[in-house]
Design a protein around this ligand. Structure first.
Ligand code: HEC
Length: 259
């Protein structure tokens, strides 16, 4: 450290740790936009602090130099005011940190939740077995074959939506229904291109019929409030509400590409 002659060694070590920490934060939060989980950061910093102090106390001389300011603080009579201050502040800070750590927190657990987990290939619904790989909306073909009838079905789907779904998913289908603020995970916003626009109608059928309890494990570290609609709606009503979701938002369902 020949370039930093006047900075005391202890401060050099602390600054080195601070610069590394800042670098981590900069790279992960600002540049990659993906913060490191706090527990991982604690682990990294533990090894970094240990490593830095090992380097800085490598020789006996450098180790002695490191403790000079600490010894001076404890022993030098002229430092009495600072000493008293430090001896009050350090325990207070330790107490404060411990208190903050022990406070109960109501944040969601730090588990990754997959919003669109892979569906099973077949599901048992309404007492029948459905093959989700082949399942299609039985009303979809009417969009071309009988547009008038199709509009009717969309309107019926809209009525199902208003009676059942808007409380959570919102009357504009934007996930901002009157109950939404109280729910975690939040009801999904169907206007967003990240939800139904990515999905096939068979996927929606599965999700609507089986709700939160039907989610596979990777989709449900926390409890989804999405109800199990096969208990309240007819099969046809689910297909109609699906028509309505796509019609209102202007999204197209994803298909297997044979349309
Ligand atoms: C009690 C609140 C609530 C009601 C009522 C509700 N949902 Fe949901 N819904 C949710 C929540 C919360 C999620 C997000 C969590 C999840 O995926 O299970 C969700 C997710 C969904 C998804 C998954 C979308 C995706 O991108 O994976 C669909 C589809 C859906 N709801 C349709 C409906 C339909 C149709 C109705 C009415 C028949 C309805 N929901 C009523 C709370 C609700």
């Amino acid at each position: 450290m020949a370039m930093l002659p006047r900075i005391p060694r202890l401060l050099q070590a602390v600054l080195t740790v601070a610069v590394i920490y800042g670098g981590f934060r900069l790279v992960f939060d600002a540049i990659l936009g993906q913060p490191i989980p706090a527990s991982l950061m604690t682990m990294y910093m533990f090894f970094i602090v240990a490593g830095v102090f090992m380097v800085f106390t490598f020789t006996e001389e450098s180790a002695r130099e490191m403790v000079v300011p600490i010894r001076a603080l404890v022993e030098d009579p002229s430092r009495k005011p600072i000493r008293n201050l430090v001896f009050v502040l350090v325990p207070l800070a330790a107490g404060g940190l411990t208190y903050m750590k022990m406070l109960p927190s109501f944040e969601a657990p730090l588990e990754l939740r997959s919003i669109h987990p892979a569906p099973p290939t077949t599901v048992e619904l309404y007492g029948k077995r459905f093959d989700l790989l082949k399942l299609e909306n039985p009303f979809r073909k009417l969009e071309k074959a009988d547009p008038e009838k199709f509009r009717e079905l969309v309107a019926e789907g809209g009525a199902v939506y208003i009676a059942n779904c808007q409380y959570c998913h919102g009357d504009k289908l934007d996930g901002k229904g009157p109950y939404a603020a109280a729910l975690n995970p939040v009801p999904l916003n169907f206007q967003d291109i990240g939800t139904i626009a990515q999905l096939q109608e068979s996927y929606l059928f599965w999700r609507i019929a089986t709700g939160g309890p039907g989610l596979p494990k990777e989709g449900a570290p926390w409890l989804s409030s999405m109800p199990v609609w096969q208990e309240f709606l007819e099969e046809d009503e689910i297909w109609k509400v699906i028509l309505f979701l796509y019609d209102y938002t202007g999204h197209r369902p994803r298909s297997w590409g044979h349309e």
